[in-house]
Design a protein around this ligand. Sequence first.
Ligand SMILES: Nc1ncnc2c1ncn2[C@@H]1O[C@H](COP(=O)(O)OP(=O)(O)O)[C@@H](O)[C@H]1O
Ligand SMILES: Cc1ncsc1CCOP(=O)(O)O
Length: 248
Amino acid sequence: MTWDTIRAKKPIVHCITNYVVANFTANALLALHASPIMADELLEVEDVTTLSDGLLLNIGTLNERTVKSMLVAGKKANDLHKFVVLDPVGCGASAYRKLVTQQLVQEIQFSMIRCNAGELAALSNIDNMSRGVDAGDVNYNITAAAEALAIQYQCIVAVSGEVDIITDGLATSQVTGGHRWMEQVTGAGCLLSALCVAVLASSPANPLQAIVALHKDYKKMAEQAALTSPALGDFHYSLLNQLHLGVN
Ligand SMILES: Nc1ncnc2c1ncn2[C@@H]1O[C@H](COP(=O)(O)OP(=O)(O)O)[C@@H](O)[C@H]1O
Ligand SMILES: Cc1ncsc1CCOP(=O)(O)O
C-alpha cells in the first residue's frame, strides 16, 4: 500500500539533505513518481518549501550556511502547516551537531523525528558511545527514550535498527525483518527519512499507522532486494529496483 499511496499523490518533497545521499534519495523518490527537489540556498528555501508538499531536514553534512536555511525552511513549513521530518544524522558525533539539533527541535515543530539508536541517545542526553553516523553499541531502553522524546516534542519518533521502533508517545509499534546489509549501504536511513516525508505528504488518514506500514514495507523491500543480489553493490541498486517495481 505504501508505494501505491505515494504513487497516487506524487508529492513534491523538499530535501535539505547531505551530499552523500542526495542522488540516491532523489532517484528513489523518482522511482515512486514523487518529485524530489534538493534546495538549500537561503535565498530560495522559502519559495521551495511553499511549492512543496513536505520538507526533510537532514543534518548529515551540515554547515553554518545550510543550518540557516534549515531554520528558515522549517519555520516556513510550520507557518504553512506542511509536514517536516528531522533526520539528526550523527548528532552525537560533535558538539556542533548536538547544538544544531537542539536548536532545530526547539525552533521548529517537527511532524516526525527519524533516527537510529545512537542519535536517539544524543537527543535524549543519554550517555551512549557515538560511532559517528552509525548507531554503535546500545546500552539503554530505546522504547522508553523514544516515547519520552515523542511526548517532549509532540511528534512521531521512529528509531531504526535490526528492530524498528515507532511511537507517538501513546502507541508504540515494533517492526522486525529487513536485512543486515542495510547497515552497509550508505543512505538507507536517510532515504527512509525522505520516504517518511513522502508518506506523510500523501495525506494518510492515520499518519502513525502509515509510518508503521512504511517501515514494514521498507524492511520487506530490503529482504526482496537481498534475494536478487549476489553482493552489496547489487543490493544497493536492487533497492531502487524494488521501489520501481513497487513490491509491497
Ligand atoms: N541489522 C539489521 N537488520 C535488518 N534491518 C536493518 C538492520 N540495521 C538496519 N536495518 C534497517 O535499515 C534501515 C536503515 O536503518 P539504520 O541503518 O538504522 O539507519 P541509519 O542509516 O539512520 O543509521 C531501516 O529500515 C532498518 O530497519
Ligand atoms: C556517511 C555520511 N556522513 C555524513 S552523512 C552520511 C550518510 C549517512 O547516511 P545513512 O545514515 O542513511 O547511512
